[in-house]
Design a protein around this ligand. Structure first.
Ligand code: ZN
Length: 477
C-alpha cells in the first residue's frame, strides 16, 4: 500500500526520516503536467485533509473499472478519478465532476467487480446527468473537503438531514448552518435524479457489454438493510434515496439487458478479490483477517491478506517468507515485489528493500506511487551514492502525482544528501505548500531563492510560491 493515507501505517514505529506517512493524505489533483508543483496546480487540490487510501494496485483496478463507463458516458476527457476513502461505511458519491468518491467499505461489501462497476455507472449517471450543477456553482473546493470529511462519520447526522430537500443559499449554508442542513441541501439527490442515474447507469453498462445485475443485487441488499445494523444508518441510502419501488423499477429495466447473465472475467474477479484481501490485511485486525482468511484457505487472496497482516502485526521474517511464496506464484506481479519492499523498509531494512522495489517499479511500468516508495527506501539507506537515483525517481513521480507533500519531503532529503541545499529548500517549500502550510512554504521558498541562480526554472518556482497570496489558494470549481 501507499506512501500515504493509511492511518495504520503511521502506527508503526519508524525513524523520523522514514516516517513519511501522513494521517490524512493527500490531495489528488489533476494528473499530468509539469514536473514541479505550481500554485495553480495546488489550487486544484480539493481533497486536502480527506483520508484517502493511495495504493497502486487498487487504483489501477478502479481505473480499469471506471474507464469504459466514463468513455461511453462521454466523460473520458475530464480525467475523472476514482478516489478511495479510508472509511468502512458503504458509500459512493460524486461532488465536483472530477472525482468519484468510493468508500473502502464499498469494496468490502462488493463481492464482484460487476457490483462496483454498477455503482460507478450509477455515479457516472449523476455526473453525466448534470446533477452536480448546483454543487459546481455553489461549492468551493475547500468546502468539498470539509463536507467529505463530514461524511466520514456521519450515519446519524445524515439521518437528521433527510427531512426535506432544501435548496436556498448553499454557499452560506455550508459556512453557517449545522451539518445536517448541509447534508440536506447538498448531498441528497432527489428521487427523479436517482431514477435518471439508474437509467443512465444501465445504459452505460449495456453500451460496454456489462451486466447490470451486480448493482441491482447490491441495491437490493442495501434496501433490505441486511448489510447494516439499524443503529448505523447507511450514508449511501441517505444520499441516494432507495425506496423499494425504485429498486423494483431498476430491476425490471436491468433484466431487459442482453448482458444480464454475463459474468465478470475470472482474471478480473481475481484482481477484485486481491484488492479486497489487501484492504483486509492493511485495515483489519489480525484476528479478523484470520477469520476471513483462515489458514486452510490456500487461495492467492487469502495468502495475500495473511502475508500483509503478518508484516504489519508480527514477524518480518515470516512475512517475507510468505511474500516470497506469493512472488513464486506470480513472479511478474509488481505488487508482490512492492509489498516485499514495503515490509522490509518499514521493518528497518531499507537496503534490502531497494532491490524488490526497483523490480516493482520496472514491472509496474514506473507507477509513481511505487517510485516514491523506492525513493523513500533509497533515502533511508543513508547512502549518498543513491541520492541521485532518488532525486530522479521523485521528480518523475511528482510529474504525475503533483500533490503529494511527502514526495516533496523525500525530494528535499535526497537533495540535502547530495549537498544541493538550494533545491532541498525549494522541495521543502513545495512540501509545505502542498500540505497547505503557506507560511512555511513562503519562508523556505524565500531562502531557496537566495541560493538559486536568478531566473533559473527552480528560482521561478520558488518565486511563484513566495508570491502566492493566501486568498489565491482558495477555490475554484
Ligand atoms: Zn444516486
Amino acid at each position: 500500500m501507499p506512501l500515504n493515507g493509511t492511518p495504520i501505517r503511521t502506527q508503526r514505529k519508524a525513524p523520523a526520516h522514514r516516517a513519511i506517512a501522513l494521517l490524512t493524505a493527500l490531495a489528488v489533483g489533476a494528473a499530468g503536467g509539469a514536473p514541479a508543483v505550481s500554485p495553480a496546480r495546488a489550487q486544484d487540490n480539493a481533497l486536502r485533509g480527506i483520508p484517502i487510501i493511495r495504493d497502486a494496485e487498487i487504483e489501477q483496478l478502479l481505473r480499469d473499472y471506471a474507464q469504459p463507463i466514463l468513455r461511453t458516458a462521454g466523460l473520458a476527457k475530464q480525467n475523472v478519478k476514482v478516489v478511495l476513502i479510508n472509511n468502512r461505511s458503504f458509500n459512493a458519491f460524486v461532488m465536483d465532476g472530477r472525482h468519484i468518491f468510493i468508500f473502502a467499505g464499498t469494496l468490502f461489501e462488493a463481492k464482484t467487480p460487476n457490483e462496483i462497476i454498477g455503482v460507478l455507472a450509477h455515479e457516472t449517471g449523476h455526473m453525466a446527468g448534470g446533477h452536480l450543477q448546483r454543487l459546481r456553482e455553489q461549492l468551493a473546493s475547500a468546502q468539498t473537503a470539509s463536507i467529505v470529511a463530514m461524511l466520514l462519520g456521519v450515519g446519524a447526522m445524515v439521518a437528521g438531514a433527510r427531512a426535506g430537500q432544501g435548496s436556498g443559499d448553499i454557499g452560506a449554508a455550508a459556512i453557517l448552518a449545522p451539518q445536517s442542513a448541509i447534508m440536506r441541501s447538498l448531498l441528497a439527490y432527489v428521487r427523479s435524479q436517482e431514477d435518471q442515474a439508474d437509467h443512465a447507469g444501465v445504459k452505460f453498462l449495456n453500451a460496454t457489454g456489462q451486466s447490470p445485475r451486480g448493482v441491482v443485487e447490491l441495491f437490493k441488499r442495501l434496501s433490505n438493510e441486511s448489510l447494516f445494523n439499524s443503529r448505523n444508518v447507511d450514508p449511501y441510502m441517505q444520499t441516494h434515496p432507495m425506496p423499494a419501488e425504485r429498486v423494483a423499477a431498476l430491476e425490471t429495466l436491468a433484466k431487459s439487458s442482453p448482458y444480464w447473465q454475463r459474468k465478470d472475467p475470472p482474471e478480473l474477479q481475481l484482481r477484485h478479490d486481491m484488492a479486497r484481501a489487501k484492504l483486509s490485511g492493511f485495515l483489519e485486525r489480525p484476528d479478523t483477517v484470520a477469520r476471513r482468511y483462515p489458514l486452510g484457505d490456500h487461495s492467492l487472496p487469502a495468502r495475500y491478506a495473511r502475508a500483509i497482516s503478518t508484516y504489519r502485526h508480527s514477524d518480518l521474517r515470516q512475512a517475507v517468507a510468505q511474500i516470497d511464496g506469493l512472488i513464486q506464484a506470480q513472479p511478474n506481479n509488481p505488487y508482490f515485489h512492492e509489498l516485499k519492499g514495503q515490509a522490509l523498509l518499514e521493518g528497518g531494512r531499507p537496503a534490502e528493500a531497494v532491490a524488490p522495489l526497483r523490480h516493482a517499479v520496472q514491472l509496474s511500468h514506473s507507477n509513481p506511487l511505487i517510485e516514491m516508495l523506492l525513493a523513500q527506501a533509497l533515502n533511508a539507506t543513508n547512502n549518498p551514492k543513491l541520492a541521485e537515483e532518488a532525486v530522479n525517481l521523485l521528480r518523475a513521480a511528482i510529474a504525475r502525482e503533483p500533490d503529494a507533500p511527502q514526495a516533496y519531503a523525500q525530494l528535499a532529503i535526497a537533495y540535502g544528501r547530495k549537498g544541493d541545499l538550494a533545491n532541498a529548500d525549494l522541495a521543502s517549500a513545495q512540501a509545505a505548500f502542498s500540505r497547505g502550510d503557506l507560511k512555511t512554504a513562503r519562508q523556505l521558498a524565500a531562502r531557496a531563492k537566495t541560493r538559486l541562480p536568478v531566473g533559473s526554472p527552480a528560482w521561478v518556482r520558488a518565486d511563484d510560491i513566495v508570491s502566492v497570496k493566501p486568498s489565491n489558494i482558495k477555490t475554484r470549481n
